[in-house]
Design a binder for this molecule. Structure first.
Ligand code: NAD
Length: 266
């Protein structure tokens, strides 16, 4: 489809389900050109048909640098710009650390960390030539303090948080803003795996919807940052947790996380 020269353009990974799909819907509704990319080609096609608007679609695995290069070239050929990259694709395996096979732990690292850094690396040339461009990474509240039952998942999200801080400073002179979102539990398919072995969701409940996260991404992308840092805490519980980890003595934080996650009953 031919794109109007002035339409802002967003590239979303993991766009065929859950939070990514809601983000794609939100930006399409606002008149942006939306790149929907996912590892699942049938689901991404069905999603694009369902949301309508101006879309560019494709399928690749975010762990594959060549896949990123081809997808971004296809997107830039169609749109001529990259205003926003949303590194949303992610996976989760839950359970006691020792029970999760090592190949699954490696896959978590590959998708959740390498997928994001592949995307940032491949997208930089396109971001640099688009004025006021941005990257928004989906981290998680589990990046605030390690969660029993979600040890490696939380570690991958803490890495995304760190990468976000560094690139936000490194890329400041290009005029590129890098932000991450730290939501607590969101009602998506991923929660099936969270609740299978982590007790935190049962203790705290699931209070966020994919639309809540999409609204936050929209607000973040369209509001000047002013004094806010690169981390966006989503939901009251996340804000309280972040405040508590900052203000409480470490032994209190540790005890509270142990209680929330029922660590001794895993
Ligand atoms: N659901 C939550 O409670 C929650 C909370 C905080 C952060 N997050 C983060 O938000 C993001 C989206 O989560 P969700 O709940 O929508 O998940 P989801 O499982 O509902 O959807 C994930 C999408 O990513 C795609 N995907 C998975 N691996 C991929 C890969 N290697 N390459 C390309 N696409 C791939 C899937 O096909 C799927 O369409 C993830 O990064 C997740 O870690 C989720």
């Amino acid at each position: 489809m031919t794109q109007p020269a002035n339409a802002s353009a967003v590239f979303v990974t993991g766009a065929a389900a859950g939070i990514g799909r809601a983000i794609a819907e939100r930006f399409a509704r606002e008149g942006w050109t939306v790149g929907l990319y996912d590892i699942d080609p049938d689901a991404v096609r069905a999603t694009a048909e369902a949301i309508g608007g101006r879309t560019v679609i494709g399928s690749f695995d975010v762990t594959d640098p060549a896949g990123w290069d081809a997808a971004l070239k296809q997107f830039a050929d169609a749109t001529g710009r990259l205003d926003l990259l949303v590194n949303n694709a992610g996976i989760l395996f839950s359970g006691p650390f020792a029970d999760i096979p090592l190949d699954r732990q490696h896959r978590l690292v590959d998708v959740n960390i390498k997928g994001v850094l592949n995307g940032c690396h491949a997208a930089l040339p396109y971001l640099r030539v688009t004025a006021n461009s941005q990257v928004i990474n989906l981290a998680s509240a589990s990046a605030l303090y390690g969660q029993p039952g979600l040890a490696t998942y939380g570690a991958t999200k803490a890495a995304v948080r760190s990468l976000t801080e560094a690139l936000d400073l490194e890329w400041r002179h290009y005029g590129i803003r890098v932000t991450d979102l730290l939501p607590l539990f969101v009602a998506t398919e991923m929660m099936t795996e969270v609740t299978r072995a982590s007790k935190s969701a049962t203790t705290l409940g699931v209070h966020l919807t994919p639309a809540d996260i999409a609204n936050t991404v929209w607000h973040t992308a369209t509001t000047p940052r002013t004094l806010r840092g690169p981390h966006v805490l989503v939901g009251l519980q996340t804000k309280l947790t972040a405040l508590a980890t900052r203000l409480s003595p470490p032994f209190v934080t540790r005890a509270v996380v142990a209680w929330i996650s029922k660590a001794d009953t895993l």
